[in-house]
Design a protein around this ligand. Structure first.
Ligand code: NAD
Length: 372
């Protein structure tokens, strides 16, 4: 309950223009009195009622500023279950053929796309054309070209495009970024990101290039790509990468099993990362500077995140990531709030450009220069 209160205060504080990076690290009772939020809710339809869609909807039950009001699915039985669980009327239920009709539905402000990666682009463009805000899971799409098309479509339709980077709102992550900005670690020199798990069922969409756009890199390696950028606080200017494949039957052409990659940053820092579908318990970030360090393990899982720095263990309370994310995204859409670390289409596009470059570096064996 206490952490929930802290969060409400953070939201209230940020609604009044107090930057989250500051508010999160002040004493919760020191900013404003606890005022329950009574403004408009962001009305969200979930598109894709799979494993992560279920997790998001569960978490949204604790949101103060966002709620699930509609569903888009190809499976009528799932729609029925969700209707019962989340009290969704028939008029807010759609399938993949007719969901353009959300255009005329005032009960839906935004659609959260939680389908296989390769479907994101077309679905996002359809949502934008229907005049609704787009929230899209990571990776935003399967390459930079598609990502750019999504951005263009959302701009044209004058709707927001946000990417489900839940770690950009996570308290311990933000505390580390605050310490880095305050100079606690000195000049940042090095980041290491290790992201992976052993993938099961060989027949799942994640191992089908047409649906996934790639293997571990698109799915889990992207956390190290994105994490390198927010932990160091700069965008990389070059990348090198090497692929290893121990099981070419399970990991077919175009599905990367393990990729090691390295970045160089304009300030002189370097990063060394690992993305894999073949090793368990790989969820670790390490940031090193001239004066100190930060270590996170787990670093991007559903939490609680565990983090320590040269000054000691971080104790920021755990709040379900997707609850925080969706309340913060509601504040971005409804109040024009600024995210502590960007979650917009441009941010998603940068990661796609880097992933395109990683694949190119693997293919050519050469260092690839980046201009983000
Ligand atoms: P999932 O397989 O559990 O669910 C995918 C859903 O898409 C299912 O309901 C499926 O029926 C539907 N679908 C629609 N068209 C489909 C098609 N042609 N083929 C297969 N399924 C189709 O997958 P998931 O784990 O929920 O992942 C969905 C998205 O969410 C992915 O982009 C993934 O990267 C992202 N994700 C993000 C996080 C996070 O922490 N941010 C975690 C897990 C997944």
């Amino acid at each position: 309950m206490n952490s929930r209160r802290n969060f409400l205060q953070k939201i209230t504080a940020s609604a009044f223009g107090i930057p989250v990076l500051t508010a999160m690290n002040e004493r919760p009772s020191g900013i404003l009195n606890e005022v329950p939020y009574e403004g408009p809710m962001l009305k969200v339809a979930i598109l894709g009622l799979g494993s992560y869609g279920n997790r998001v909807a569960e978490a949204m039950q604790s949101c103060s500023m966002a709620k699930v009001t509609g569903v888009i699915s190809g499976t009528p039985s799932k729609i029925k279950d969700w209707q019962a669980k989340y009290n969704i009327p028939d008029k807010n239920c759609y399938n993949y053929e007719n969901f353009d009709n959300i255009k005329n539905n005032p009960d839906i402000d935004a659609v959260y796309i939680i389908t296989p990666n390769a479907l994101h682009k077309d679905q996002a463009i359809r949502v934008a054309k229907a005049g609704k805000h787009v929230i899209c899971e990571k990776p935003m799409s399967i390459n930079a070209k598609d990502g750019q098309e999504m951005i263009d479509a959302c701009k044209k339709a004058n709707v927001k495009l946000l990417v489900g980077y839940r770690m950009h709102f996570e308290a311990k992550t933000l505390e580390i970024l605050r310490m880095r900005n305050a100079g606690d670690f000195g000049k940042v020199l090095f980041f290491q990101g290790l992201c992976g798990f052993r993938i099961g069922d060989p027949n799942q969409w994640r191992l089908n290039k047409a649906l996934s756009g790639g293997g571990a890199m698109m799915d889990i390696g992207i956390y190290a790509v994105n994490g390198s950028r927010y932990m160091i606080g700069e965008d990389p200017i070059w990348v090198t990468a090497q692929e290893t494949k121990t099981d070419p039957v399970k990991f077919k052409e175009g599905i990367d099993e393990t990729i090691q990659f390295q970045f160089g940053f304009p300030g002189g820092a370097v990063a060394s990362c690992l993305s894999t579908y073949q090793m368990s318990n790989l969820d670790r970030f390490f940031l090193n500077g001239e004066k100190g360090f930060a270590e996170m393990q787990p670093s991007t899982g559903y939490g609680p995140i565990k983090a320590r720095t040269n000054k000691g263990e971080l104790t920021n309370p755990h709040i379900t990531h997707q609850t925080t994310q969706m309340d913060e995204m509601a504040a971005i859409i409804l109040q024009g709030k600024k995210a502590p670390v960007p979650v917009d289409g441009e941010e998603g596009l940068k990661d796609l450009k880097i992933i395109d470059a990683i694949f190119l570096a693997v293919k050519t064996g050469k260092k690839v220069e980046l201009k983000l």
